[in-house]
Write a protein that binds this ligand. Structure first.
Ligand code: SF4
Length: 191
């Protein structure tokens, strides 16, 4: 590939404003083989574990590549009959769900009216959640409707599951919620 002085300066701008790859692509370089090779090296000798995208109820099949127990790549599983190796942009970003320096790894609590978040240890947070659930349930529990019908429920608590909760978690969540008399149970994955 020949690069003119003008083109080279354009690449320099591309590097400053984006990535070297973007700059080279701007010059019309075919980067497909390079990218494919880089990807190949990244997953070379990696262990492959079949999995499922956690984000929605489509449940696209994925392949998780790990090296020394660390995830290095996640991509669609071409053997899957329904996603055939493809993933939507959200599913294609599953890697960042696992490997992400911006992911909060501590419990943050902001007291009512407070402007700042406070770091809590998990045990304290779980105790607080338990305390509030019990208090709310006790205060709002309805055993019977005015017509005498037995309902044993609370209309004051709503459970909303996230798409990253797996089926086993959701099964247990349902049992816990129904056991507490919570009837408003929903999951983002159904939306
Ligand atoms: S979020 Fe996208 S990739 Fe994941 S299961 Fe749903 S459609 Fe598939």
């Amino acid at each position: 590939m020949e690069v003119s002085r003008r083109g080279f300066l354009k690449v320099g701008g591309g590097v400053a404003g984006g990535t070297a790859m973007a700059g080279l692509a701007a010059l019309g370089a075919n980067l497909a083989p390079t990218l494919a090779r880089a990807q190949e090296l990244r997953i070379k000798d990696a262990k492959i574990t079949p999995s499922i995208c956690p984000y929605c109820s489509v449940g696209c099949a994925t392949l998780v590549h790990t090296v020394d127990g660390r995830i290095v790549n996640i991509e669609g599983d071409p053997r899957s009959p329904h996603n055939e190796g493809t993933l939507c942009p959200k599913g294609a970003a599953t890697f960042q769900l696992h490997v992400n320096p911006n992911r909060p790894i501590k419990v943050l609590h902001r007291a009512p009216g407070a402007a700042d978040w406070e770091v809590w240890d998990l045990e304290r947070a779980m105790e607080r959640v338990t305390e509030l659930v019990k208090k709310t349930r006790d205060e709002t529990f309805i055993e019977r409707l005015p017509n005498g019908k037995l309902v044993n429920m609370t209309p004051a608590i709503f459970s909303l599951g996230g798409a990253t909760l797996d089926i086993e978690w959701n099964h247990l969540q349902q049992k816990l919620m129904r056991g507490l008399g919570i009837v408003a149970v929903e999951n983002q994955a159904r939306i």
